[in-house]
Design a protein around this ligand. Structure first.
Ligand code: GDP
Length: 296
C-alpha cells in the first residue's frame, strides 16, 4: 500500500508526542531525529529532508506551541502542514486551452506506465465531458501502437495513428487537423520512451514541442524508482520544461520518496497518481489527502 512503511514509522514517533502533556525543546528535537530517519529510509531526497526537519523544528519549538495546552498535537499539525506543503499545498489541475484543442504531450521512460496512463487520462477526461483523441507517436517500440489501440478500446476513446513510418512531429500535425474535423477537444500524445535519457529522445521531444506547442507537457514517472524518478524528472524539466508530473505505481510504493521529493526538487507539481493497473486507477493528486494518509 502507498506510504505504508513511512506511515508506520512516522505515526509511531508522533504517537509518543501526542501522549505527553508538556514538551520541551529536547523532546521535539528527539522526535525530529526519528522523523528524519524515517524520511531518509523512505528514500526522500537528503536536502529535502534536511530543510523539512529544520522548518518543522523552527515552528515547533516556538513559544506558542510549547506553552499551549496540547503541544504534542500542535507539533503533529505542523508536521502535517509541512508534508502538505512539500507535496505542493493544493491540487494542481490540468490546464485546458481556451482555444481547443488542448494538447497534452505525455513523456517518460520505457516501462514508467506512459501508454497505460494515456488510456487512464482519456477515461478521466471523458468523465469531465471531454472528447479526447489518443495520438500514437511511439513509433519505435514494437507493439506500442497496438497497445495504445488496446487501452483506447478499453476506455472507448478515439485513436489517431499513421503507423510507424511517419515522423512523430508529422503524426502530431495530422492529428491536430483530424481533431478539428472530428470534434476532439483534447489530444493526448503518447510519445516514444527509451530505457535511458539520451539526446536522440530529447531532440525528438523538443521537435514535437517546438512545432506543436503543447498546452501541457506531462512526465510519467514510476514512483517505485524513488530518487531515480526524481533525477529523471529533473533532467526532463531542464531539457524540455515540464508542466506537471504523473506518478505511477504509487499503489505499490511503501516508501514514497519520489512523491515527497519531486515537487520540492523540480518545482513542478504532481497532477495525478496511478494507483493500480486498471483504467479507472488514476487519481488527481491531493497533497493534503496524501499527508493525512501518511499521518493516519
Ligand atoms: P510504458 O512503457 O511507459 O508505456 O509503460 P506501460 O504503460 O506499458 O506500463 C508498464 C507496466 O506498468 C504495465 O504492466 C502497467 O500495467 C503497469 N502500470 C502502469 N501504471 C501503473 C500503476 O499506477 N500501478 C500499477 N500497479 N501498475 C501500473
Amino acid at each position: 500500500m502507498a506510504f505504508e512503511g513511512l506511515a508506520n514509522k512516522l505515526q509511531e514517533t508522533l504517537k509518543k508526542l501526542r501522549g505527553s502533556g508538556k514538551l520541551n525543546e529536547k523532546d521535539v528535537k528527539e522526535a525530529m531525529r526519528e522523523v528524519k530517519m524515517a524520511l531518509l529510509e523512505a528514500d526522500v531526497n537528503f536536502k529535502v529532508v534536511k530543510d523539512f526537519v529544520s522548518r518543522v523544528t523552527e515552528r515547533a519549538v516556538g513559544h506558542e506551541v510549547m506553552e499551549s495546552l496540547t503541544p504534542g498535537q500542535q507539533v503533529i499539525k505542523i508536521v502535517n502542514d509541512e508534508l502538505t506543503q512539500l507535496m505542493g499545498s493544493t491540487q494542481s489541475k490540468i490546464i485546458f486551452s481556451p482555444k481547443p484543442p488542448t494538447i497534452i504531450m505525455m513523456t517518460g521512460l520505457q516501462g514508467a506506465g506512459k501508454t497505460t496512463t494515456c488510456g487512464k487520462l482519456a477515461l478521466n477526461l471523458k468523465k469531465q465531458g471531454k472528447k479526447p483523441l489518443l495520438v500514437a507517436c511511439d513509433i519505435y517500440r514494437p507493439a506500442a501502437i497496438k497497445q495504445l489501440h488496446v487501452v483506447a478500446g478499453q476506455v472507448e476513446a478515439d485513436v489517431f495513428s499513421l503507423g510507424d513510418k511517419t515522423k512523430p512531429v508529422d503524426i502530431c500535425k495530422a492529428a491536430i487537423e483530424h481533431a478539428s474535423k472530428s470534434g476532439n477537444d483534447v489530444l493526448i500524445i503518447d510519445t516514444a520512451g527509451r530505457l535511458h535519457i539520451n539526446e536522440e529522445l530529447m531532440d525528438e521531444l523538443l521537435e514535437i514541442k517546438n512545432n506543436i506547442r503543447p498546452t501541457e507537457i506531462m512526465l510519467v514517472v514510476d514512483s517505485m524508482t524513488g530518487q531515480d524518478a526524481v533525477n529523471v524528472a529533473e533532467s526532463f524539466n531542464q531539457k524540455l520544461g515540464l508542466d506537471g508530473i504523473i506518478l505511477t505505481k504509487l499503489d505499490g510504493d511503501t516508501r514514497g520518496g519520489a512523491a515527497l521529493s519531486i515537487k520540492a526538487v523540480t518545482g513542478k507539481p504532481i497532477k495525478y497518481a496511478g494507483m493500480g493497473e486498471k483504467m479507472s486507477d488514476l487519481e488527481p493528486f491531493h497533497p493534503d489527502r496524501m499527508a493525512s494518509r501518511i499521518l493516519g
